[in-house]
Design a protein. Structure first.
Length: 446
């Protein structure tokens, strides 16, 4: 593709990077299907928890949620259904020879009971089958509506006990949906659990909403809105609903990204002419221009040390990823493989950078490993994959795609591509998935 004039490129960049292809919206009952797995994953069995009360058991199956979490992270494989031949709920009931015969490395057991005050007590244990040793045990008291969150927290603790790395199941994701068509089209900014459950609308608008970005404490979202007719960047508190205009300057206001400390916001702004990367202090409003280049500079993403940014620029002729210190001083090109690289996402320690890489008309999600001389590996098949976003522990990514029938879907994929799960969606369109940070459990929970 030949280089176009500046105005055409600006329009193209806005189209490609700020309004990615719209995909179908989340269903209330999200369906998660394992597309592929890996035989070498760690074998673990999550035995259905026993309910030790005469009251009606809660509708949430805590053990099933834990099992789903283990599978979708890509590091574990589980026994299910009739393959679980014994159902211990207490340590004294475990027959280790059975689980050794079934070649299981780990066993999770548990029980629940009604406390009589509107809460359910959940007790769980993680056992090493070979060593016949209890690795982990704990208990939660929660109302029935909080049991999915409890299950995610237990899964996080199991994940950490086995891998040594924090789990990221008790987290949230954000995305933008559209419903209706023509004059009746409505955009919604939505927040949900990491597995798509409990969706909650944060903002509704008759004009486009784009590019949600999480604050590091998970309390706020920055996003782009066209409600005034032109693009503007807002920051909204998820608890109070209060929002604040960050930038409504002339021209493009796009691609907000919080700094690791949450005190600054990187943005793409074009009020000075060509689109450039700027950083604004959220307390003082002080604005600093980072890039100084007549090409299009967009999609800033912070490195974990808060000292530099990764961004997309077409200064080499086609969009590629570059890095530059926040204080300026010149950009360094990062990507050379592929005709087209954009949509950067940086993992928690900066060792991996995910991107949308295009060759011809095929767009796939790739990860560049900075510890291995910037080697690039693909973790999605294409042909229309985009918008990667890392889980806070870097073990999984979320991205948008389309299925064989042309229906938009989201995929959650292990960072090594070993397991990919399709999240089936209906009734509308969705774009711009963003994985949130670690969450603090509610008061009263461990």
């Amino acid at each position: 593709m030949k280089r176009r004039g500046l105005q055409s490129l600006i329009a193209l960049f806005v189209l490609l990077f700020c309004t990615a292809p719209l995909l179908p919206a989340w269903a209330q009952g999200l369906t998660l299907d394992v597309v592929n797995g890996i035989p070498s994953a760690i074998p673990i069995t999550v035995v259905p928890f026993g309910f030790e009360s005469s009251a009606q058991p809660p509708s949430t199956d805590v053990a099933a949620v834990i099992q789903d979490d283990m599978v979708r992270c890509g590091k574990f494989r589980t026994l299910t259904g009739a393959d679980i031949v014994e159902h211990p709920t207490h340590a004294s009931q475990i027959n280790f020879s059975t689980w050794k015969l079934l070649k299981q490395d780990y066993l999770v057991i548990g029980r629940e009971r009604d406390t009589g005050n509107g809460q359910i007590r959940v007790e769980y244990e993680l056992w090493n089958v070979t060593a016949q040793k209890k690795m982990l045990a704990g208990a939660y008291n929660a109302v029935p509506e909080e049991l999915r969150g409890v299950a995610h927290q237990i899964a996080d603790q199991i994940y950490q006990a086995i891998t040594g790395q924090p789990g990221a199941f008790y987290t949230r994701i954000a995305y933008v949906t559209t419903t209706g068509s023509g004059k009746n089209m409505q955009w919604s900014l939505v927040v949900a659990d990491s597995d798509g459950h409990h969706p909650q609308v944060v903002v509704r608008s008759r004009q486009p909403l784009l590019s949600p970005a999480w604050s590091p404490n998970g309390k706020e979202l920055a996003y782009v809105s066209f409600e005034s007719g032109d693009s503007a960047i807002y920051m909204q508190n998820l608890s109070t609903g209060q929002r604040r205009l960050i930038s409504g300057r002339k021209g493009i206001n796009g691609a907000p990204a919080f700094s690791p400390g949450g005190r600054r916001l990187a943005m793409m702004l074009s009020f000075g002419g060509s689109p450039e990367i700027y950083v604004q202090d959220l307390a003082t409003g002080r604005l600093v221009q980072v890039t100084h280049n007549l090409s299009i500079n967009a999609e800033p993403r912070w490195m974990p040390d808060g000292q530099s940014l990764v961004f997309t620029s077409d200064r080499s002729g086609k969009p590629q990823l570059y890095s530059e210190p926040v204080t300026g001083g010149g950009a360094t090109r990062l990507t050379f493989q592929g005709e087209y690289n954009s949509n950067a996402a940086v993992n928690y320690d900066g060792s991996q950078i995910a991107m949308m890489q295009g060759v011809g008309n095929v767009y796939r999600i790739a990860i560049m490993d900075r510890k291995l001389d910037n080697q690039v590996r693909f973790i999605s098949p294409g042909p229309l994959d985009e918008s990667p976003s890392f889980a806070p522990n870097g073990s999984m990514l979320l991205y948008a795609s389309t299925d064989n029938d042309g229906h938009g879907v989201l995929y959650e994929v292990a960072d090594n591509g070993s397991v990919r799960q399709r999240l089936s969606l209906v009734n509308g369109s969705v774009q711009s998935p963003a994985w949130g940070p670690y969450r603090v459990p509610p008061a009263g929970q461990p």
